[in-house]
Design a protein around this ligand. Structure first.
Ligand code: GLU
Length: 304
């Protein structure tokens, strides 16, 4: 298939329509991003890569990193992870406190903020040096040693983190947080600040398209069963309270972030990473979603 040509055609089509989204503005580092950038990268499990536009420009992957921290915790705790977090779609915004109170401090799933903070608590307990070890894990998955946190973004996240602090205090009050609040939150804010480009993102997630094994190194990251379950979680919980819409329109498991990135996985075939900074009202990349919808429609490459 001529992926690059398809990318170009879909992009040209999208350019004819207004980009109705808005960039995230809650921290200056996201508010100042050039909203017109657009990148795509598709990588097959056989190792072929196809890119378009700003595929090599790094951006803040934000909540996409929640999948990576979850995978690290899941690989260690196995099914015990489900004693600390549920696995149901939230149906409420990613930073909602309502459900957390009703569910007595057990997050709805590991991909909403409360769930990702809980996973950070697990990693603080499990790892000697969690910040360095997460970074080493992500670098090994991507095959790229220059991937890093952005300390300015981490600091801004902390300054704007009142709601996230409210969540961890609420979970702690129910006995579901083991470690010091500041240590866990420092890890969470750094996780949000990871930066990658579409090429790196597509490569990093390729093990989820390949039964849990990094295709180019042969390293097993998750068992086939846990890989299947992680993809299922992305399908049901990967897009804030718009996972149903993404499933309906795109038909791939994936995860988005408020930096405007989306990564999606076709098990057994490929990953695709898209970046377009303007977000729709649910916090997902406006053009990114439209692009992927057209891509899976034109190529017939959705899982449904
Ligand atoms: N950094 C954001 C927060 O913790 C989450 C960003 C996202 O959902 O991508 O509030």
């Amino acid at each position: 298939m001529h992926y690059e040509k398809i990318f170009e055609e879909i992009f040209r089509d999208l350019q004819k329509k207004e980009d109705k989204g808005e960039v995230a503005t809650y921290i200056p580092e996201l508010a100042s991003v050039d909203p017109n950038q657009f990148g795509v990268y598709l990588k097959t499990v056989e190792g072929n890569g196809y890119s378009f536009g700003d595929a090599e420009k790094r951006f803040s992957i934000q909540s996409i990193a929640k999948v990576l921290s979850f995978v690290l915790a899941y690989g260690r705790l196995k099914s015990d992870v489900w004693k600390r977090t549920n696995l149901e779609p939230a149906g409420t915004p990613f930073n909602s406190l309502l459900q957390l109170e009703v569910d007595r401090g057990i997050p709805r799933n590991p991909f909403i903020n409360a769930g990702a903070i809980l996973i950070c608590d697990i990693l603080v307990s499990e790892l000697e040096n969690p910040k360095d070890e997460i970074l080493a894990f992500v670098r090994a998955l991507s095959g790229n040693d220059s991937i890093d946190y952005n300390p300015r973004v981490a600091q801004s996240e902390k300054e704007m983190g009142n709601r996230n602090y409210a969540m961890i205090y609420l979970m702690k009050s129910f006995g579901n947080i083991e470690n010091k609040i500041d240590t866990v939150m420092d890890l969470y804010f750094h996780l949000c600040s990871l930066e990658m480009n579409c090429k790196e993102l597509g490569s990093t997630f390729l093990f989820l398209a390949n039964n849990g094994v990094v295709p180019w190194s042969g390293e097993r990251i998750l068992s086939p069963s846990r890989t299947k379950r992680t993809n299922a979680l992305m399908q049901t919980c990967g897009f804030y309270d718009e996972a149903g819409e993404f499933t309906f329109k795109v038909g791939l498991p994936g995860k988005s972030g408020v930096g405007g990135g989306i990564v999606a996985v076709h098990p057994g075939r490929y990953t695709i990473a898209v970046w377009s900074p303007k977000l729709n009202s649910k916090g997902n990349s406006y053009r990114g979603m439209l692009f992927l919808e057209q891509f899976t429609t034109v190529t017939n490459l959705s899982i449904f």
